[in-house]
Design a protein around this ligand. Structure first.
Ligand SMILES: [Ca+2]
Length: 507
């Protein structure tokens, strides 16, 4: 019966398309956009499974009635982006651009769905190349430029024109939502294209990117990659459970409550010596393994002793993403960066070290680093910046978001009370990279991704909180996170910290 009804609905829709449907399809012939080819226009009245563009995933889903526009825009003689605009029937007048992850190259379909379900006209692109790889950067700085900063700019420029053409009026306010590389892209947009967005939400940003790439390689080298099996410092992945338990023993209570979460990793002065083999306890760590841990849990410094990158975040050891840099294999990101961006085609991971970090930083011709502290133009046009970062993130430590906040405050000469006016950073205790958690019972739903646990009030939803801030002048004091069963926990804005006093409070 359902099937017959469904079929009837589809036949009727094809025979008698609704005005929204007809208007959507008319974009095929009416859209005239600079340097742009329209790849496809389709209308989806009910939740649909879609065939995707690119190589990252084969299918995606819509959840609200919308018009889908797929397009390609040239960004130079030798580069271009592939992008999609999802234009919901129930549009609240707002534009949203979404970012990418890793080495880019994947349209984030789940966030297109998230944005359009929140009634934003939402646009995402492939970041200028297909696939999560640095290979397309090889001998093509224009493709690297798209990755560094241009793809979000161009997808927004064209996306806003599509919005105007479809709805017959321009958007009211423009927003950006991204995490990881997406967090870096949002930060870069605020720095380089300050007029593009009224509100930027930057999660777990891959800022100070050149040092991040180097740090990822060094983490791996500390335990002996790529010849880990013969390295005395190698720590097999199953031994990390022991390290995680010892870290909790030493640091869980520092925030006032034994809950399996180290709310403030900065306060944790980990002493791995406690796990040294002494002939009595098993399992245990050798002197070489303890030495590797000391390096992993210390910041990374440059040749002059200058701070390059924060340390691995204590409390993130149970994450499934731990193996990203600490499997014993040399990680793909620094290896590809050395080969295809630094152009060291005879790259040898077994000699990777400081010299490579210097090379990565000194060959950054497109400013992929994204680590300027001058957001004055963005602030001057009334832009709002909302950052969030989980403390159990083993790929990008939350220390980098603190470091950036401090850099902006110092560069612009602003105390925290003035920073609050345009830049708020929320630390999310126990959250893994961008979302999720390494173990149960953690509050990690703050509206950054579409989830059944999202509440529809702005106090617990970063996107709605940003809308209130930009359009209502109501800045978020704290963000309330939720777990799968809806239990709440308050997440504090930096530099305040979350501590237990019968309940979680921000001090
Ligand atoms: Ca705790």
């Amino acid at each position: 019966m359902d099937f017959a009804l469904n079929l009837l609905t589809q036949v009727l829709a094809l025979t008698f398309p609704s005005p929204a449907h007809q208007h959507c399809l008319s974009l095929r012939s009416s859209l005239q956009l600079e340097n742009t080819t329209i790849l496809g226009v389709s209308y989806h009245a009910s939740p649909s499974k879609l065939k995707t563009l690119g190589v990252c995933q084969s299918a995606a889903g819509t959840s609200v009635p919308l018009c889908r526009v797929q397009f390609q825009t040239r960004t130079s003689e030798s580069s271009g982006i592939t992008a999609e605009a999802w234009l919901p029937d129930e549009w609240h007048g707002r534009f949203m651009a979404i970012g990418n992850g890793g080495l880019g190259g994947c349209i984030d379909y789940s966030q297109l769905d998230h944005g359009s379900a929140l009634h934003f006209a939402t646009v995402g692109s492939n970041n200028g190349h297909d696939g999560d790889t640095a290979l397309p950067f090889f001998n093509n700085p224009e493709v690297l430029t798209d990755f560094s900063h241009r793809s979000i700019h161009v997808q927004s420029l064209i996306g806003k024109q599509i919005v105007q053409a479809y709805y017959g009026r321009p958007h009211s306010k423009s927003y950006y939502l991204g995490c990881s590389t997406g967090g870096r892209q949002g930060t870069q947009s605020a720095l380089k294209y300050p007029d593009e967005f009224d509100g930027v939400i930057a999660g777990a940003p891959a800022i100070d990117f050149t040092h991040l790439i180097h740090w990822t390689g060094m983490l791996s080298r500390y335990i002996g990659a790529p010849d880990a099996s013969s390295s005395p410092a190698f720590i097999p992945l199953d031994l990390w459970q022991l390290i995680a338990a010892e870290l909790l023993r030493q640091c869980d209570a520092l925030d006032g409550v034994l809950d399996g979460i180290i709310a403030d990793p900065d306060a944790c002065d980990f002493r791995p010596e406690a796990l040294l083999c002494d002939g009595k306890k098993e399992p245990c760590l050798t002197q070489a393994q303890v030495g590797a841990l000391r390096k992993i849990y210390s910041p990374l410094y440059g040749p002059e002793g200058e701070m390059w990158y924060p340390r691995f975040s204590p409390g993130s050891e149970k994450s499934p993403l731990l193996s990203f840099a600490l499997s014993g294999q040399f990680p793909a990101y620094p290896e590809e960066w050395m080969k295809y961006v630094v152009l060291n085609t005879s790259f040898d991971a077994s000699t990777y070290g400081l010299k490579d970090g210097i090379l990565i930083a000194s060959t950054d011709i497109t400013d992929v680093a994204t680590f300027s502290g001058d957001l004055s133009a963005f602030r001057g046009r009334g832009g709002k910046f909302l950052a969030f970062h989980g403390t159990a993130d083993p790929i990008i430590p939350s220390g980098i978001s603190k470091r950036y906040y401090d850099l902006v405050a110092r560069t612009m000469g602003m105390p925290a009370t003035s920073m609050d006016e345009f830049y708020r950073f929320f630390v999310v205790p126990g959250m893994d990279h961008c979302s999720g958690a390494a173990f149960d019972g953690v509050h990690h739903h703050i509206g950054q991704v579409k989830s059944g646990a999202n509440a529809n009030e702005s106090s617990s939803h970063v996107v709605l909180a940003m809308v209130d801030w930009v359009e209502g002048g109501v800045a978020p004091e704290e963000i309330v996170g939720r777990d799968e069963v809806g239990t709440k926990r308050r997440h504090c804005r930096y530099p305040r910290r979350s501590v237990w006093d019968g309940e979680f409070i921000c001090v």
